[in-house]
Design a protein around this ligand. Structure first.
Ligand SMILES: Nc1ncnc2c1ncn2[C@@H]1O[C@H](COP(=O)(O)OP(=O)(O)O)[C@@H](O)[C@H]1O
Ligand SMILES: [Mg+2]
Length: 287
């Protein structure tokens, strides 16, 4: 059995107005991974996502889902969309039902599940998203952060194998953003593959097992966050900056305050621990 869920081969997308949003995109999305698709505004990220769930057909190129070429007929689209879930950047363009219960029930009802199973799916996905108390709320009364969580719960109710989120923390405050990132980690620990689309270097660095870098409709880098996000020239070419943890770590090593052979820290805490464990203890006279 293949461990690749989705694969794109030489995708190209030209919009009707002539804009070439994707020039040549070949990527593979492996099972169980946390992947960040990283790039500045206008890089083509959202366009690529719309191709991954077949809302747009490529101008040329192919998509393979579970090893088979995707054909745009009803049954293969239904199969793809029951296994690959996309959370849109703007919850307003995803949510349409009057109440949270109706919104989250929609997918499972469409799958043809029995009433009891639908209720179970609604309950478990709201529980996972940390909002079971909102089940009977009208959607229009929710805060932006709550709408975001409902839009995630609605996709989780489909039990997707691969969860794709388009800039899920954009416009959220730090507390709500942290909650969403924790949820994504929990989902991944439960076996779900997660593709996080972001322009935020810090978020990608803290989260991903693998980074796919995108610029101007092209893939410009792919690899571990430590390798991809420590390359100054590559970052500059993609109009991105180095994550602050890596920047400080590199500067401390360069200045000789930290030894060369340390593991690269992935979080502020890991960096603080390295600094504490590698700083000579001073005596009472500051020596
Ligand atoms: N429906 C559309 N019609 C024409 N051009 C579009 C459309 N959607 C996006 N674009 C253009 O395609 C390029 C990539 O956009 P997008 O995929 O939204 O990038 P990102 O999500 O990385 O910000 C941009 O130049 C954008 O203006
Ligand atoms: Mg976008």
């Amino acid at each position: 059995m293949t461990d690749i869920i989705l694969e794109t081969c030489n995708l190209r997308c030209q919009y009707p107005d002539g804009t070439i949003a994707l020039q040549d995109i070949s990527i593979t999305i492996k099972k169980g991974k946390k992947i960040a698709l990283l790039g500045t505004n206008g890089a083509g990220k959202s366009t690529l996502l719309l191709h991954l769930i077949a809302l747009i057909k490529p101008t040329s190129g192919k998509i393979f889902f579970q090893g088979k070429e995707l054909h745009y007929n009803r049954s293969s689209l239904a199969n793809l969309r029951s296994r690959v879930g996309l959370v849109f950047q703007d919850p307003e363009s995803q949510l349409f039902a009057p109440s949270v219960r109706q919104e989250v029930s929609f997918g499972p009802i469409n799958l043809g599940l029995a009433k009891k199973q639908v209720e179970e799916r609604v309950f478990s996905s709201l529980e996972l998203s940390g909002i079971p108390h909102l089940v009977d709320k009208p959607v229009h009364l929710l805060s932006y952060g709550q709408k975001k969580l409902v839009s995630i719960a609605a996709v989780l109710a489909m039990k997707p194998e691969l969860l794709i989120l388009d800039e899920p923390t954009a416009s959220l405050d730090p507390h709500n953003s942290k909650e969403i990132m924790q949820l994504l980690n929990t989902l991944n620990q439960k076996g779900m593959s997660v593709l996080l689309v972001t322009h935020n270097v810090e978020e990608a660095y803290g989260f991903a097992d693998e980074i796919i870098l995108m610029n101007n409709g092209l893939i410009t880098g792919q690899g571990t966050p430590e390798i991809i996000l420590s390359q100054d020239e590559l970052l500059a070419d993609n109009h991105l900056t180095k994550p602050i943890v890596l920047e400080i770590f590199n500067s401390l090593q360069l200045a000789g305050h930290l030894p060369k052979n340390l593991p690269i820290p992935r979080s502020r805490q890991a960096l603080m621990d390295l600094i504490q464990n590698n700083t000579p203890i001073q005596d009472n006279n500051g020596r």
